[in-house]
Write a protein that binds this ligand. Structure first.
Ligand SMILES: Nc1ncnc2c1ncn2[C@@H]1O[C@H](COP(=O)(O)OP(=O)(O)OP(=O)(O)O)[C@@H](O)[C@H]1O
Ligand SMILES: [Mg+2]
Length: 386
C-alpha cells in the first residue's frame, strides 16, 4: 500500500514537491480539503481518471466512486476514518471520466500543519485492474485444472469400480438363480436379502462417484475430518490393488477445518495414488489424521493444525529429484502415466488454505507426506469432530 506521508516532509522545498508529484504518472496523487473537495491534481491522476485539473478541482472526491458506493456512503466513511485515525485504505471499483471502471487501491492520509491542525488529506490511488484480472484468471485456471484432474481420478476409480460392480452383479445373479431353484422359503428369504444388500451397495457406490464428479464452484465450508475420510475411503477401496493394505488411524475429537471438501478429497486421492504408484507389488499405505500444535517448525506456521499424513512403504524419492516434486509437470512416470500435476495441485491447495505440505522420504524405504490445514478457530470455543 502506498503511503503519502512524504508530502509533509520538511526538507524539500514546496516547488520540488510539486515537480516530484507532477512527474508521477503511475499513481494518482492529489490533495483533498478536510471536507473531501479536490484541491490539487497530478499527471497520474489525469492519466488514470481521465479528468484534467480544471475539471475536478473544487469537486467532491465522491465523483470518482460508483453510484452504488456513493449510495452506500463509502466516500464519507473513508473520509471520516482518515480524519479520525490519520489514515484510511480502500480497494474497489472507481469510475473514470468516460464512465469506464477500474479497480483501485487507494490510501488517504491526513496532512497537518506545524500546530498539528488538519489542513487536508493526501490521496494516492493506483489502478490495479490488471493485477486483479490476472489473479481472477489464475483462479479460473486452477478450477479448470482441478476439474481435469478430477476426471483423470474418476477414470482411475471407475476401473476399480467396474470390477466391484461385476462382483455385485455376480452375487445378485447367483442369488436369484438359487432362489428360483429352491423349495425352501427360508433359503429364498436369505437369497433375496443378499440381492437387496448387493443392490444397495451398488447404489452407494454410484452415489459416492456422482457426488465426487459433480462440478462445483469453490465451496468453502466447515467440515469434520472424519466424515471426509469416510467418503474418501468409500471411493478408494476400489482403486487400490489387493496387495496394497490401507491402514487408517484417526485421532478422536479432531477440530473442524474450513476448506472446500471436494478439493481436499481430490488432494488426498492425489497423495494416495502417488503412494500406490510408489509401491511395486505389495506394501502398506498408512493414512493418519491428527491435531498438532505447530510453533514455526513447518514453514513458519504457528497454532493448531489438522495433519493428514500419507505414508507408504514404496520406493522412496531420490534426493536429487526431491526438490522438484512440487513443480507443475514434473514427473518420473512413463509418458501417459503421469501428468506431473498432482503434487503441484496439492501444494497450491495447501497454500490457498493457509496450510502447508511437507515430505520425508528415504530411497528404498518409503515416503511420508504431511498436509497441514489450520484448525477452525471460532470466537468462543472450538467445535470438535465426533
Ligand atoms: N509417495 C511417493 N513416492 C515416491 N515418489 C513420489 C511420491 N509422490 C510423488 N513422487 C514423485 O513426485 C513426482 C511428481 O508427483 P505428481 O503427483 O506431481 O505427478 P505424477 O504422480 O508423476 O503424475 P500424476 O499425479 O498426474 O499422476 C512423481 O512422478 C514421483 O516421482
Ligand atoms: Mg501424482
Amino acid at each position: 500500500m502506498v503511503s503519502a506521508n512524504c508530502i509533509a516532509h520538511p526538507v524539500m522545498p514546496a516547488s520540488r514537491y510539486e515537480q516530484l508529484v507532477q512527474s508521477v504518472v503511475d499513481y494518482a496523487i492529489y490533495m483533498l480539503d478536510p471536507s473531501g473537495r479536490v484541491v490539487s491534481w497530478n499527471a497520474g491522476a489525469e492519466r488514470i481518471k481521465g479528468y484534467r485539473a480544471e475539471e475536478v478541482i473544487g469537486h467532491h472526491f465522491s465523483l470518482f466512486f460508483t453510484p452504488e458506493d456513493c449510495a452506500d456512503g463509502r466516500p464519507g466513511r473513508l473520509l471520516h476514518q482518515a480524519l479520525e485515525q490519520g489514515v484510511a485504505q480502500d480497494e474497489g471499483w472507481r469510475v473514470r471520466k468516460d464512465g469506464t471502471r477500474f479497480w483501485a487501491l487507494a490510501a488517504l492520509d491526513v496532512i497537518r500543519d506545524e500546530q498539528g491542525e488538519i489542513i487536508g488529506l493526501a490521496k494516492v490511488t493506483r489502478d490495479i485492474t490488471d493485477r486483479r484480472e490476472s489473479a481472477l484468471q489464475l483462479d479460473a485456471v486452477r478450477a479448470q485444472l482441478f476439474q481435469a484432474q478430477k476426471l483423470e481420478a474418476l477414470g482411475q476409480l471407475t476401473g476399480g469400480l467396474a470390477h466391484d460392480f461385476n462382483n455385485l452383479l455376480t452375487i445378485i445373479i447367483s442369488s436369484a438363480r438359487m432362489a428360483l431353484g429352491s423349495p425352501d422359503p427360508a433359503r429364498v428369504q436369505r437369497m433375496l436379502q443378499h440381492i437387496l444388500d448387493a443392490g444397495q451397495r451398488g447404489t452407494e457406490l454410484t452415489q459416492q462417484l456422482l457426488s465426487f464428479a459433480r462440478h462445483r464452484q469453490l465451496d468453502v465450508s466447515l467440515i469434520a475430518p472424519s466424515s471426509l475420510l469416510t467418503a474418501t475411503r468409500g471411493l478408494l477401496e476400489h482403486a487400490l490393488p489387493r496387495d496394497i493394505t490401507l491402514l487408517e488411524r484417526m485421532q478422536p475429537g479432531l477440530p473442524l477445518i474450513e476448506v472446500d471438501a471436494g478439493q481436499l478429497q481430490m488432494v488426498l486421492l492425489n497423495l494416495l495414488f502417488n503412494a500406490r504408484d510408489a509401491i511395486a507389488e505389495c506394501g502398506t499405505i498408512r493414512l493418519a489424521v491428527d491435531a498438532v500444535e505447530l510453533a514455526g517448525e513447518v514453514e513458519g506456521l504457528h497454532g493448531t493444525y489438522v495433519c493428514f499424513e500419507v505414508q507408504d512403504s514404496g520406493e522412496g524419492i531420490d534426493p536429487q529429484v526431491l526438490p522438484r516434486i512440487f513443480e507443475p509437470f514434473f514427473t518420473t512416470k512413463a509418458f501417459g502415466q503421469g501428468t506431473g500435476l498432482g503434487l503441484s495441485q496439492v501444494y497450491g491447495f495447501a497454500k490457498q488454505s493457509n496450510g502447508a505440505i511437507s515430505v520425508d522420504s528415504t530411497l528404498g524405504q518409503g515416503t511420508c507426506m504431511r498436509l497441514y490445514l489450520p484448525a477452525y478457530q471460532p470466537e468462543a470455543g472450538i467445535p470438535f469432530d465426533g
